[in-house]
Design a protein around this ligand. Structure first.
Ligand SMILES: [Zn+2]
Length: 85
């Protein structure tokens, strides 16, 4: 079987097919909602600009600092039983 015409990576579903299973599903969704809608959703949801990426990085770093502080508190015995979940 040949390569998928869309992702150009996976094997096509069958000998006479042009798309792999996942790309066939994407194509079916596009047939229902329209490919412009699909493209717009992908651009708005999946593609992040530099400011959005930095915000995500800052949020993750802040979360990891909280986890480290909580872990240190537990190690030092500062966290009481009532505060544990
Ligand atoms: Zn594919």
């Amino acid at each position: 079987m040949g390569r998928c015409y869309f992702c150009e990576n996976a094997t096509a579903e069958n000998w006479f097919g042009y798309f792999c299973e996942d790309c066939r599903k994407i194509k079916n969704i596009g047939n229902i909602y329209g490919f412009k809608e699909i493209k717009d959703v992908l651009e708005k949801v999946c593609i992040r600009n530099e400011k959005q990426r930095q915000f995500k990085i800052d949020t993750k770093l802040k979360d990891s600092e909280v986890v480290v502080k909580e872990t240190e508190s537990v190690r030092c015995g500062i966290l009481t039983r009532s505060k544990k979940q």
